[in-house]
Design a protein around this ligand. Structure first.
Ligand code: ADP
Length: 390
C-alpha cells in the first residue's frame, strides 16, 4: 500500500500537467489562429488597397481603357472609356456588342485575336457631333503562351481632326481668295498684251482694274498676316490707358472720304471713357467696325459710335448703322474667318472677309467680348466690352 500514495501523486501530477499543457496548447493554438486571421485580413486589405490603387490609376488616365477576358467579356473599363461613350451602367461581364452596338469595334476585337496587335486604328463615331477615336489594341498572353484576353486603349482625336479640318478649310479659302484677284490681273494683262494696249481708253480702264485687284491682294495679305500673328499669340498687347472719344474722332477723320462718297454722317456719341488697351489694336477694332458700317450701311445713312461704363470695371462700346442689317442666322457666323452674308457685295466693297475675325481676336485678347444685334432692314449694331482703366 505504501506505493499507492506516490502512484496517486504521480497520476495527479500527470493529470495536472496534462491540464496545464492543454490549456497552454489551447491558448497557443488560439493565438496562432488569431495570427493567421490577422495575416489573412492584412493580406485581404493589401489586395483591396492594390485594387483601389489600380482603379485610381486607371480612372486618372486620359485615354479610355478596356480590358476583355478571353471570352470577349468586359473585365475592366475605366472612367475615360465610359465618358467617351457616355455609358452610365455597370459594364463588367457584358460584351462590347451588348453595351455599344459598334460592329466596327467588334471586328477590330476579332482582328486583334488573330493579328495579336492592331495599332493606330481610326474609329469614326457617326453621331450628331461626329467624333474620331484612335484605338490601339493588343492581345494579352499568359506565361504559357495562351491568350488571356484583349486590351484596348482609346484616344479621342476629335479636336485634332477638327483642327485639321479648320486648317484645310483655311488653306482652301486663302487659295480661293488669292486666286480671284490674281486671275483677273492675269486675264487683263493678257488682253493688253494681245493688242488692247493700242487703245488708250481701254488700257486706262484695264490698268485701273489691275490696280484695284493688286490693292485687294495687298489688303488680303495684310489681313492674313494680322490674323496669323493674333492666332499664334505672337502679338503682345502694349497696354495703357486709352481715351476712346479722341480715338474715334481720329478713325472718323481717316474714314471721312468713303463716308462722304456715300453721304454717310458719322456721329461720335462716346462719353469720356478710358479703357486699358493697346491703342494701335483698338484703332484697328474701331476702323474695321466703322468701315463696315459705312460699307454695308445705306447711302445718306448715319453711323453712330457710343458707349457706357458697366459694373465690374468694364466699358461697353457700340457701333451702329441704319443700313439693311444682318439676318439672324448669320449674326454669330459673321465673326468666322471668310464668312460673308453677301459674298459678291463684300468683294465689290473690297472686303477680305477677315475684318470681324480680327476684331474678335483683338477684343478677346483684351479680355472682352464682341457680339452683334440686328433688326433686319433697320440696321446693325456691334457691341464690344473692354476693361476700364479707372
Ligand atoms: P468683309 O471684309 O467682307 O467686310 P468682315 O469680317 O468685316 O468681312 O464682315 C463679314 C461680313 O459681315 C460681311 O461680309 C458682311 O456680310 C457682314 N457685315 C459686317 N458688318 C456689317 C454691317 N454693319 N451691316 C451689314 N452686314 C455687315
Amino acid at each position: 500500500m505504501i506505493w499507492a500514495i506516490p502512484a496517486i501523486i504521480a497520476v495527479a501530477a500527470a493529470i495536472a500537467i496534462h491540464f496545464v499543457w492543454r490549456s497552454k496548447f489551447l491558448r497557443q493554438s488560439r493565438q496562432l489562429q488569431a495570427d493567421i486571421e490577422d495575416f489573412q485580413r492584412r493580406q485581404q486589405q493589401t489586395s483591396i488597397d492594390a485594387k483601389a490603387q489600380q482603379q485610381v490609376l486607371f480612372n486618372s488616365m486620359i485615354e479610355g481603357l478596356l480590358l476583355l477576358d478571353r471570352s470577349r467579356k468586359i473585365y475592366l473599363a475605366n472612367r475615360a472609356f465610359k465618358n467617351l461613350f457616355d455609358l452610365k451602367i455597370e459594364l463588367r461581364g457584358k460584351t462590347v456588342m451588348e453595351v455599344l452596338r459598334l460592329h466596327e469595334l467588334q471586328e477590330l476585337i476579332a482582328r486583334v485575336e488573330t493579328e495579336k496587335q492592331v495599332l493606330d486604328y481610326e474609329l469614326r463615331l457617326p453621331e450628331l457631333n461626329e467624333r474620331w477615336l484612335q484605338v490601339n489594341a493588343s492581345a494579352i498572353f499568359n506565361s504559357g503562351g495562351e491568350r488571356e484576353g484583349t486590351i484596348l486603349v482609346f484616344h479621342d482625336l476629335t479636336r485634332l481632326k477638327q483642327l485639321e479640318r479648320t486648317r484645310e478649310e483655311f488653306v482652301a479659302n486663302v487659295s480661293h481668295e488669292l486666286r480671284t484677284p490674281l486671275s483677273l490681273i492675269k486675264g487683263y494683262i493678257e488682253t493688253l498684251l494681245d493688242g488692247a494696249r493700242h487703245q488708250p481708253e481701254v488700257t486706262a480702264r484695264f490698268l485701273k482694274i489691275i490696280e484695284r485687284n493688286t490693292q485687294r491682294l495687298d489688303l488680303l495679305i495684310q489681313d492674313l498676316l494680322t490674323i496669323s500673328a493674333l492666332e499664334s499669340g505672337r502679338v503682345k498687347l502694349e497696354l495703357q490707358a486709352v481715351e476712346l472719344h479722341p480715338l474715334v474722332d481720329k478713325i472718323f477723320n481717316d474714314l471721312k472720304p468713303p463716308a462722304d462718297n456715300k453721304s454717310v454722317t458719322l456721329l461720335n456719341q462716346l462719353p469720356p471713357l478710358s479703357a486699358t488697351g493697346d491703342a494701335h489694336r483698338l484703332e484697328q477694332v474701331f476702323a474695321n467696325l466703322v468701315d463696315n458700317a459705312i460699307k454695308y450701311g445705306r447711302p445718306h445713312g448715319r453711323v453712330t459710335v457710343g458707349g457706357q461704363s458697366l459694373a465690374g470695371g468694364k466699358i461697353e462700346v457700340f457701333v451702329q448703322d441704319d443700313g439693311p442689317g444682318i439676318p439672324a442666322e448669320s449674326l454669330d457666323r459673321i465673326f468666322e474667318r471668310f464668312y460673308r452674308v453677301d459674298k459678291a457685295r463684300s468683294r465689290d466693297q473690297g472686303g477680305t472677309g477677315l475684318g470681324l475675325s480680327i476684331v474678335k481676336h483683338i477684343v478677346q485678347g483684351h479680355g472682352g467680348e464682341v457680339w452683334a444685334k440686328s433688326d433686319l432692314g433697320r440696321g446693325a449694331t456691334f457691341f464690344f466690352t473692354l476693361p476700364r482703366s479707372n
